[in-house]
Design a protein around this ligand. Structure first.
Ligand SMILES: [Fe+2]
Length: 189
């Protein structure tokens, strides 16, 4: 399947097999000079072949909080591998103008979706289970929470691509109209 965007067209060598290797995907992301669309990123991530060996350099878990590992980043796009122990989850957040796609590499992801109205504040809309292999996109202004359910009994590894790269995120509280700011900055040094 040809993979193209208005900004960039992948070279024929990459599209010949209809899929990316992990390193071709990283190369493609690094080549972006303007933000690719949500649909383009979804297609790339869905068509990438990602093996346990590919993600191994980015594996690392810690107690207390999920751990983000950056694969690549430029002004247009960034890629992360996030490692979650059972029970670890993000704050309820949006992406402050970025769109993003998540691919579940291993384990079980739970996503809760919320809606926000200024007079009513934040309320729960829906939730869904995303097993390994799921590719899910978050458009602007999706408000959600991701996590590895306590009862999963297994670690979770997810691959994320955001465009433009994430900066300061907005965080929300159920039943409240208060919006706080949150800067994810827990990269290993
Ligand atoms: Fe998110």
């Amino acid at each position: 399947m040809p993979i193209s965007t208005t900004e960039t067209t992948i070279s024929p060598a990459l599209t010949a097999s209809g899929s990316f290797t992990f390193s071709e995907l990283v190369e493609q992301l690094n080549a972006q000079t303007s933000p690719p669309t949500l649909e383009t990123i979804r297609t790339w991530l869905a068509n990438a072949e990602i093996s346990p060996l590919d993600v191994e350099p980015y594996l690392g878990f810690k107690e207390g909080n999920y751990w983000r590992h950056r694969v690549c980043r430029n002004e247009a796009v960034e890629m992360l591998v996030i490692c979650w122990r059972p029970g670890q989850k993000t704050p309820i957040h949006d992406h402050n103008g970025s769109h993003g796609v998540v691919r579940v590499h291993k384990g079980l992801l739970w996503e809760s979706i919320f809606s926000y109205e200024e007079d009513r504040g934040l309320s729960y809309s829906s939730g869904r289970e995303c097993p390994a292999g799921t590719v899910t996109g978050a458009d602007v202004p999706d408000i959600h929470q991701l996590g590895n359910p306590d009862a999963s009994g297994q670690d979770l590894v997810t691959v994320h691509v955001y465009s433009p790269p994430l900066g300061v995120l907005n965080t929300y509280k159920l039943g409240s109209s208060q919006i706080d700011l949150y800067t994810p900055n827990d990269f290993p040094t």
